[in-house]
Design a protein around this ligand. Structure first.
Ligand code: FAD
Length: 367
């Protein structure tokens, strides 16, 4: 029932707006409230905090239906930030922000990456120094999803520059509306995912209440990120499988219709073999991701498995979509064809939320 209502909502409210979202390099402002009213936001957060009261299985339904429709909407980031709050927030912080996030009144972003620090998070330079009841924040972030509309930013900062590496890092919840010294850059022009905003953020002496620190004490941010990143990686792995499945389905349809040498492309053995290979990869990926989801819901999913899912499934997604694009011939290179957009959209999956090289490090550490 939940899947049916999410699918109806996405098809009616989001799919028809995609050309405009892509043109504006961001979803419509009203999309967040609409998603909140339809129950798409925070599906796996307890009802007492305004969430859907479901498990990750419900969150998976939302992710699957968005990916199936080819819609890039940052509800996954919204859920990720909600899980930071659920895990480390005070009761007051949870009650202040989670219900508003579930209604789409608060749009969340998570800001770790900086121009000088991506994979190497310990090298971040953004500072938040305590002055009385506030932190004074200075620094810059880049590639931040949802940033154009975000009014609640989970910000990775260094709270004690005297400490080395990870012990200096904390997470600060920043309410950005009317915040002096806070600036959002324009939506960055990406090769894909045009309907989703990705921006730079600048902090120039922005004053954030000290009570917005996450986790009660300074220096816990790095450990918090390491604990929560697997959630984000599982979301990405699931999106990868859905998009591979979609690519096979739409390419099967296309090659049955398109004719060459007097018969459908599908009748050529190469087409059938390529599609068979892609279908097999997507199905093997589906079995693995479903296994990961079941283990995550049961609370037994280990970090190396999540890293394997993120790495292997996003590589699989890119291979499958590339083969499917090839089977479209020149039409596959035209952005009006979904396969062309999927090809460009999928490329970043191997890069963000910890690049696939970093995923291999995580797997290797477990050997
Ligand atoms: C569309 C998009 C959305 C994003 N959204 C967000 C967001 O919402 N919030 C956020 O904080 N960030 C976000 N990011 C940033 C993303 O997480 C980083 O780009 C990513 O972590 C890589 O960091 P980097 O770009 O600095 O690359 P670098 O760290 O400079 O890496 C460059 C290359 O070197 C490789 N490399 C680096 N270290 C190692 C190593 N130890 N071993 C082997 N290879 C290595 C990398 O794998 C990569 O191939 C987003 C990025 C994009 C493109």
């Amino acid at each position: 029932m939940f899947r049916r209502s999410v699918r109806q909502f996405v098809e009616k409210e989001f799919v028809p707006q995609q050309a405009r979202w892509r043109e504006n390099l961001a979803p419509d402002a009203g999309a967040w409230g609409a998603a909140g009213r339809a129950g798409l936001l925070l599906a796996d957060i307890p009802e007492e905090y305004g969430g859907g009261g479901g498990s990750f299985a419900h969150e998976a339904v939302v992710l699957e239906e968005l990916a199936r429709a080819g819609v890039h909407f940052g509800s996954a980031i919204q859920s990720t930030v909600a899980h930071y709050l659920l895990a480390y927030g005070t009761e007051e912080q949870k009650r202040r922000w989670l219900p508003r996030m579930a209604r789409g009144e608060r749009v969340a972003a998570i800001a770790m990456t900086e121009p000088g620090a991506g994979s190497d998070l310990q090298a971040i330079g953004t500072r938040a120094l305590r002055e009385g009841e506030h932190y004074v924040v200075n620094g810059a972030k880049t590639f931040i999803t949802n940033a154009a509309r975000a009014n609640l930013v989970c910000l990775a900062v260094k709270t004690d520059p005297k400490l080395a590496g990870m012990r200096a890092i904390s997470l600060l919840m920043v309410e950005t509306e009317g915040l002096a010294g806070y600036r959002v850059g324009r939506s960055l022009e990406k090769i894909g995912m045009h309907g989703q905003d990705t921006c730079e953020l600048a902090f120039d002496g922005a004053r954030v209440p000290a009570s917005n620190l996450l986790g009660g004490a300074e220096g816990r941010g790095f450990a918090q990120m390491m604990e929560q990143l697997p959630y984000e990686r599982l979301q990405i792995a699931l999106g990868a499988v859905v998009s591979a499945e979609q690519a096979v389905a739409l390419t099967t349809r296309y090659t049955r219709e398109r004719k060459a040498f007097g018969k459908p492309l599908f009748d050529l053995q190469n087409t059938r073999f390529k599609l068979a290979e892609c279908r097999a990869r997507a199905q093997i990926g589906r079995v693995f991701v479903d296994n990961c989801i079941a283990r995550h819901v049961a609370g037994t999913l280990d970090e190396p498995s999540t890293a394997m899912a993120k790495y292997w499934l996003t590589e699989m997604q890119c291979q499958v979509i590339d083969e499917c694009l090839q089977l479209h011939g020149g039409y596959g290179y035209m952005t009006e064809y979904p396969i062309a957009r999927m090809w460009a959209d999928s490329r970043v999956q191997r890069i963000y939320a910890g690049s696939n090289e970093i995923m291999k490090e995580l797997i290797a550490w477990s050997l």
